[in-house]
Design a protein around this ligand. Sequence first.
Ligand code: HEC
Ligand code: HEC
Length: 225
Amino acid sequence: MHAMWRKSFRFAGLALIVAPIAPAVPPGASAHAREELRAALQATPDTSNGARLFAVCAECHGPHAEGKASGWPPQIAGQHRRVIAKELVDYRAGERWYDPMERIAGIHVLGSTQEVADVAAYVARLAPSPDTTPGPQRSVAQGAGLYARRCQWCHGERGQGNDERLVPRVAGQQYEYLLRQLQDTLEARRPNMRTQHLRLIEKCSTQELMGLASYMSRLGPAANP
Ligand code: HEC
Ligand code: HEC
């Protein structure tokens, strides 16, 4: 999974300049976080160092990075490399809040931007677990309809997300985690969720949020890109 390098050709006098376009980095982030994310996405990951670093992560996220049914913590196995890097940088920069993750993503554990890239690449290669805990069946049909209308165009028909566009994979994620993220977004506890995202869910009832989370949790790990 390499960062896509597109080339743009511009005329400057008679010289043809080939300038790589930096990967899309969200405009809302602080300059520092944007810069670090850009560097992490451009680094060449060392997955054996990533495997070594993962020992710390496994203590909470589980040996296969499958997370826990309570959603504390979530599954991270098979999440997109670029998304994992972004979330780590956001915790590190205080743009996503959860004390233990802010510490772990800090420089005492992940000593450099290169190490962020290394562990992200390693975790992204782990197969998503089929043993996550899905949400209740009763609101799934309602969730499916809402998902198709409002979420699918970004998160994908099968919940597969989009690495290049930094859209997380949501398929087969722990239900409780998904629901909590939606609630955190609504209650302004997840600053890195953009306003556009908030608009999509702000009029949802609790039942509808449960339906959405349940539907996504049931999309299943088969939805690997
Ligand atoms: C002390 C327990 C703990 C450890 C150790 C830990 N995590 Fe986490 N992690 C969590 C919890 C809990 C969350 C969810 C927090 C929230 O809701 O924001 C989380 C969230 C995340 C997320 C965001 C997931 C998403 O879908 O957005 C990523 C990525 C992540 N952790 C990666 C790592 C990596 C990589 C390591 C090892 C370097 C690690 N974590 C170590 C507990 C931990
Ligand atoms: C315009 C594109 C877009 C649309 C539409 C969209 N999302 Fe998202 N979603 C994102 C992006 C980008 C993120 C990652 C935010 C971040 O952490 O940087 C995200 C994050 C999430 C997360 C957190 C995932 C995690 O691993 O922590 C959940 C849950 C989620 N979206 C659910 C939904 C639902 C439900 C809908 C429909 C109501 C929806 N999204 C519509 C782009 C979108």
